[in-house]
Design a protein around this ligand. Structure first.
Ligand code: LUB
Length: 210
């Protein structure tokens, strides 16, 4: 029992906490179901009614958690970006040299684009961003900044050529990564994503090594 629950006393705790937990789980289910629908059908084709049916809920239950389709799309996109901080932390905790850290982060991201419906749906929604009437995070720039840092570390450790321009290489990697996973999705449903990712890493980093 946490300290906040304890202040409500045993009765309030037993009645309130499970309900909040159920509501939280329902909200997760709505978000996941919406992500599946956005990923499969794209933003314009999805309705809250269809999300509700797909989740075996009433439309009212969906509206209770998300005011409209825009709010659902924003939430999916935020979940997409929320995946990266834990990935980077986990890879950093391995204590690898900078270049291996960089490559492991990219490999983890590629696996997420292959496996994680929230990541896949967020990527599709960003492509469709002009159709979504909401303020969305600017795509690509977060990865450009992160990769600029990691490339700089690898260069300063002598693992990449001293004349590498980190920001320029980061832009190339983001463009290639985005294009590679997108083409893999269109042509093969992402079944060959890791092979295409391996080719990309080989091609892009070979010329940058000392
Ligand atoms: C990534 C996408 C798809 C960049 O950062 C982003 O916004 C991205 C769309 O949301 O690819 C991948 C390095």
């Amino acid at each position: 029992m946490d300290s906040k629950a304890a202040t409500h006393g045993p009765v309030a705790h037993s009645r309130r906490e499970p309900k909040q937990e159920r509501a939280r789980q329902t909200k997760r289910l709505v978000l996941r179901t919406a992500a599946e629908a956005f990923k499969e059908h794209g933003y314009p084709a999805v309705t809250l009614q269809a999300v509700a049916e797909r989740a075996s809920m009433t439309k009212g239950a969906v509206y209770f958690h998300y005011a409209n389709k825009e709010a659902l799309a924003v939430a999916v996109i935020m979940e997409h970006y929320a995946r990266w901080e834990p990935l980077v932390s986990e890879v950093r905790s391995r204590g690898l040299p900078p270049l291996e850290t960089l490559l492991a982060v990219l490999e983890g991201a590629a696996e997420a684009f292959r496996d994680d419906v929230m990541v896949q749906a967020g990527a599709r929604l960003q492509i469709e961003r002009s159709l979504i009437k909401a303020d969305l995070p600017v795509p690509y720039v977060g990865w450009q900044e992160l990769l600029t840092s990691l490339i700089t570390e690898a260069r300063d450790a002598g693992q990449l050529r001293a004349d590498v321009d980190p920001a320029a290489l980061a832009r190339v990697v983001v463009a290639a990564f985005f294009g590679s996973q997108h083409i893999s999705d269109v042509l093969n449903g992402r079944a060959d994503l890791m092979q295409r990712h391996g080719e990309l890493i080989e091609a892009v980093f070979r010329g940058a090594m000392p």
